[in-house]
Structures are given as C-alpha cells and as structure tokens.
Design a protein around this ligand. Structure first.
Ligand SMILES: NC(=O)c1ccc[n+]([C@@H]2O[C@H](COP(=O)([O-])OP(=O)(O)OC[C@H]3O[C@@H](n4cnc5c(N)ncnc54)[C@H](OP(=O)(O)O)[C@@H]3O)[C@@H](O)[C@H]2O)c1
Length: 266
C-alpha cells in the first residue's frame, strides 16, 4: 500500500497515541490533533525521526461547536489532504446521571458525537471525489447496550456505531469505507476514570485490560481493510455477541443490576 496521510484526533495519549505509532510504523504520514501542545509536538518529532515519515501536530480543543471547521481550515492552511481520518478523541462522564455536571456533559456530547460527525462529513467528501479513503471511528463495547452509571457516555458510543455502520453501507462501491472500532476496557487514563464510579471498588485487574498496542493493531488492520465493525479481543467479541442475541429487556435489566450496585443505589 502506498503511503497515506492519516489524521488522528486524541493522538496525545492512550489509544490515539498507539494508533499514531501503528500508522507511522507502516510508513504513513500523520496529522496529530489534541489539546496537549508538548505531548503532540514530541510525538510528531519522535515518529518522524523513527520512521522517516512526515508528522504534523495541530493542537486544538475539539469539544466546541466550531472545532471541526477550525480543524478543516488548519489542514487546508498547511496544504494537506486527508486520506484516512481517525476519530478517536473522546471524553467519559461516569456516575449517576442526575448528578452529572451539565457543562461536562455538553463537552462530552460535543466531542464524542458532534465533532466526530462534522469531521466525518468534512473529510469524507474529498475522499469520495478522489475514489479512496478510510474513516476509523472509535466507539466502544458500551455501544452495544445501555449502561447504568455510564448512561450518556454509552449513548454517545451507540450513536457512533449506528452512524458509522450506516455510512459504511451508503459508501459501498465508492472506494471509501467507514470502520467502527469498539474496544473493551483498555489500559489508559480513561479506563481508570471509568473504574472510579465507586471508590470502594477494587481497581481493575491488569488481565481484564487490553493493551493500547493490541487495540491499535486491530484498529489499523480493520480500517485499512474497510471492515464495518471491529471489536478487539476474543472476550469482548463474545460479550458483544451475547448482548446482541439477547432480548433488549434482559440486557437492560442485567446492566441495571450491575450499574446500580456500582453506584450504590439499590
Ligand atoms: N480506555 C478504554 O477503556 C476505552 C474503551 C472503549 C472505548 N474507548 C474510546 O477510545 C477513545 C480513546 O480513549 P482513551 O482511553 O485512549 O482515552 P485517553 O487516554 O483519556 O485519551 C483521550 C485522548 O483524547 C484527547 N482529548 C480529550 N479531550 C479532547 C478535546 N476536548 N479536544 C481534543 N482532544 C481531546 C486527549 O488529549 P488532550 O487531553 O491532549 O486533549 C487524549 O489524546 C475514546 O473515544 C474512548 O471513548 C476507550
């Protein structure tokens, strides 16, 4: 495969950083986006030196109404075009929904759904015109069922899965594919945050956490092959298969039992 230009959001840490390393190791040029100026600049310099690729960093807050158009403009100003868009940046709000900070909820919805949708719309059109492109939208296993304790977060991921599956079908035959990556618990700061809904719970045992490297490897492969949906890891594939073949009320009720226990609200 010839070298492509890959824009990755949320590239300063966690899964996004691992995806940046994976794409760079396969010889692709990078546009790295997140808010942390130093982390992005250092990663771009490191990967450019290590793999002889071009890596550009664009520090930007992607949780505002204008974020997507600002990023599109920043890419145009650098005279770049995007062959592969990776919508990875995400925020998580955990805990009882009625106690959530409304501003934090707004930022999460804006980043996880609005900016992702607008970026997909803005960068997809030129890909279709060129006859080749890939979009990798990072959802979660949380996309497959309602989750008490992570109610709004899981809903944003259900949105991402639904949107991306529909687009993958809409674009069939165009040379452009939209892949949804649905990781389970993965060893990043976000997983630790999700685990802190109830401080009395033990921390997640490492064996239950996927590594960012394995998630990024599966994400890269699925994206370049144009697969519709990829759930990394056998245990996560079994879990998501189970929740899809049960009646919705069973999945909801079981999720509610576990979730209420975590929230200590029985
Ligand atoms: N970890 C898991 O267990 C897990 C499981 C399933 C799905 N996921 C999904 O995987 C994706 C990556 O999660 P992660 O675990 O790698 O999270 P993470 O380690 O917390 O990293 C999040 C990334 O998003 C960026 N980001 C956050 N807010 C942003 C904003 N307002 N504007 C621009 N960039 C922003 C962060 O960079 P800055 O702070 O520098 O902006 C960082 O690079 C998310 O979509 C998440 O929902 C994670």
């Amino acid at each position: 495969m010839t070298s492509k230009t890959v824009l990755i959001t949320g590239a300063s840490a966690g899964i996004g950083r691992a995806l940046a390393k994976e794409f760079a190791s396969q010889g692709h040029d990078l546009i790295l986006v997140a808010r942390s100026v130093d982390a992005l600049r250092d990663l771009a310099a490191e990967l450019a030196t290590l793999h002889g690729i071009r890596a550009v960093d664009i520090p930007l807050d992607l949780s505002t109404r204008r974020s997507a158009s600002e990023l599109e403009l920043a890419v145009k100003q650098r005279d770049l075009s995007v062959d592969v868009l990776v919508n990875n940046a995400g925020l998580l709000e955990a805990g009882a929904f009625r106690l959530a900070d409304p501003d934090a909820l707004y930022r999460m919805l804006q980043l996880n759904t609005q900016t992702l949708t607008q970026l997909t719309r803005l960068f997809l059109t030129p890909m279709v015109e060129r006859g080749w492109g890939r979009v990798l939208n990072v959802a979660s296993v949380a996309a497959f069922q309602p989750l008490t304790g992570l109610a709004a977060y899981a809903a944003t991921k259900a949105y991402v899965l639904s949107l991306s599956e529909a687009l993958n079908e809409e674009l069939r035959g165009s040379g452009v594919a939209v892949t949804t990556l649905c990781p389970g618990l993965t060893d990043t700061d976000m997983a630790q945050q999700a685990n802190q809904i109830n401080p009395d719970l033990p921390t997640i045992p490492p064996m239950l956490l996927s590594s960012v490297e394995s998630v990024a490897r599966e994400g890269y492969r699925a994206c370049m092959r144009g697969e519709a949906v990829r759930v990394p890891g056998l245990a996560n594939r079994i879990g998501t298969f189970w929740s899809q073949v049960q009646p919705r009320w069973v999945v909801r009720t079981l999720g509610g039992l576990v979730g209420r226990q975590m929230l200590k609200e029985r």
